[in-house]
Write a protein that binds this ligand. Sequence first.
Ligand SMILES: Cc1cc2nc3c(=O)[nH]c(=O)nc-3n(C[C@H](O)[C@H](O)[C@H](O)COP(=O)(O)O)c2cc1C
Length: 551
Amino acid sequence: MTMIEKEPKQAATPAYRDLHEHLAELERRGLLLKIDRQIDKDSELHPLVRWQFVGGMQEAERKAFLFTNIVDGKGRKFDIPVVVGALAANRAVYSVGMDANVDDIQKKWDKAIANPVPPRVIENAPCHEIVMTGDDLQGLGNGLDSLPIPVSTPGFDSAPTLTATNVITKDPASGVQNMGTYRAALKAPDRLVVRMATRVGGAGGYRHYQAHQKRGEKEMPCAIVLGCPPYVAFMGPQKLPIDLDEMSVAGGLAGAPISVTKAKTVDLMVPAEAEVVIEGYIDTEYVEPEAPFGESHGHVALEEFNMPMRVTAITRRRDAVIPSYISQVAPSESSVIKRVAYEPLFLAHLRDALGIKGVKRVSLHEPLTGLLRVTTIVVDKGMPRTEVWRALYGAAFFKGDCGKICIAVNEDIDPDNMDAVFWALAYRSNPKDDVQIVPHRGQGHGPKREHTGEEDSTLLMDATMKSDMPPLALPKREFMERAKTIWDELGLPPVRPQPPWFGYSLGDWLPQWDAAAERAARGDYLENGRISLSQQQKGLVPETKFRPDEQ
Ligand SMILES: Cc1cc2nc3c(=O)[nH]c(=O)nc-3n(C[C@H](O)[C@H](O)[C@H](O)COP(=O)(O)O)c2cc1C
């Protein structure tokens, strides 16, 4: 028996929370649900959490789900809990992980990238409290088969699949490590198949794989980490330059070194407080069929050849908790984790890199489209048309796989409300002048594969106001607010105001009309009648416009 148990080690340094401390903080803030009822990880676990994304709940109502009583499809029990949504069930959960308000997240990223803190190496790490090698990785119930890895999309997926991963590989020339969140399907107690995106701008780990191949090395060392301190976990899905050491950026977030330790059977450094580390070697010669698997673009990725990994050790904390990301159709944990990181990146690109000052916000449309396809840019009213178009082109071509459809709107349009966006398109754009189709776009992350060479294209729409318009025809705010007080006094069912819920000027509105409306609202309409009587004219066609300011 090569299973080595050691004494529990020190918890994370106070500078950052490990996953356990993060879960305790979520619980303290009412953001964690503990499920003690028995749950089948293969057919019940992900569908249960899915209901909070497809059940008509508000984003703010979502929580992380901690499952403590897990069985598999054959009724076999597991003693390791699984947590879903722990990193990004919603923005509130993500911001707990970042220890920052949602609005300060980008600033925190920028500061960390500018001020990385190198990790410190420790011995006797918590992630090595239990070490499984050799025979521990053979046979049913052992090795990977001892871990409660859920099936994400029951009915479509062909294997329990690791999703909340930080996959660590190393550039064989520079020695710089990379961490990416890549899925990995379980195949045997000591074998899984990892999928790293091969497209341009795809997985950093794939660049390392190619480097090993070029050097004639038949295997690439790899460590798949499940359950890192949140600062480290967030490095996985974040798009950072390939040669930037992500552990140092995580240290930048913490403002202190992240503890790392040497893996047991591969020459890689892993986060010391990790819950589980799967060590092994990725085959650079042979590939093996992997998937179907429900993907974050909202379709099932069909079977394809990916990278088999021979597991040489599984190490873990004695009290390990395994995180699993809920992904597939957006909104999901996967789309939240990316959205919080990507939107500020777009805004900074348009406003700071391209210098388009009137850009207020960039919103990546989330439900069903999954962020990468539809981008709404919110700009100042009155921004020159050429600047609106610079913003549209800038957003469309900033990232090869984002912004297939870009729409510019003014600030009064809520970009998260597609009814409002359609309203702007319907009344503020003239398709002949305000729509452009631009050829030559790659397929990006989606159900069509980029390497077929089939091109996509880009649709740009300017739905900003080109000139002043009459007000939105709802009572002014003060009247709606007064009515809301009465509504509440009457004890009517609570309302959830949906913008726009009050009328406001869109530029074409005169003080004379304001004065007339005020008189009407005071009950003085007869005074308005006296004024309009004095303005009667002869010989005009009905519906001829009248502007009291031009008299
Ligand atoms: C839940 C989730 C699953 C992901 N799965 C994969 C995957 O299987 N393969 C992949 O290449 N990228 C995947 N990604 C995207 C990468 O994590 C992302 O592109 C990241 O920037 C990769 O890091 P890298 O640039 O260091 O490779 C996933 C992201 C999330 C949030």
